[in-house]
Design a protein around this ligand. Sequence first.
Ligand code: ZN
Length: 283
Amino acid sequence: MRTLEKNSALLSLNTATLGHRSPLEKVVDAAARKGFGSIVPWRRDLEGRSVEMLARHIRDAGLNVNALCRSTYFPQPTPELRKEALEDNKRALETAAILGADCYVLVVGSLTGGSKDLAGARQQVKDGVSELLDTAEKLGMPLALEPLHPMTAGDRSCLNTLGQALSWCDELDPNNRGYLGVAVDVYHLWWDEGLEQDIARAGMKNRILGFHVSDWLVPTLDLVTDRGMMGDGVIDLPGIRRWVEKAGYEGPVEVEIFSSENWWQRDEEQVLETCIDRMTRLC
Ligand code: ZN
């Protein structure tokens, strides 16, 4: 397995980890100072800002952008809104291209407007991704489907396992044109008995575009914002990283922690130092 210690090329910070409290430039500078080599901004970090200027700031700080987070949900209650969401995602792909991002992360959405038609929601996602894929190819910006934990199936994601994501990749991109893959987030996938096998399957088709780390706390108090710092929960982090690297993944390890009551309350410098320490010792 690759060593993460003092290996900034392999250490990536997803900006959600700091709770979006500071402007992106400040986060970029702090991340570079602490030893991160890559950053993953959210679209909300860019709102009302010049993306070109921010892209230059990130480059000047010596950081890579290994992804842009994240898609507008594909399923919507009306065809007009679905079209709008798709256009919004196309614009985001252009933003990702200006940033020089390695991929655009798709959190796909699920049931809307009181619907109980989960199969219909999944079809809406597949239709949307299929159309977005053409733009992705034109812009040279790969799409990373991120399966989310099944507890999010009611609202945030009807895509819940890596096996399902890979089947969708095969269905939507049978010839593997190189612009559709998956993001492997340990928080969403650690419980899955088929994970090792599915990671190997993803590797065989060169589909792994991201590897996200945090930890699963017992008990977990909130469905979205109670992720743990690596080492504070029950996930076998080095075990999963070993599978991912054995499958041929060569990208960075990205820390992504949503923690409204704990880490988002702490001093940003301290959070970054803790992330680096835990990544190098416990992932
Ligand atoms: Zn993630």
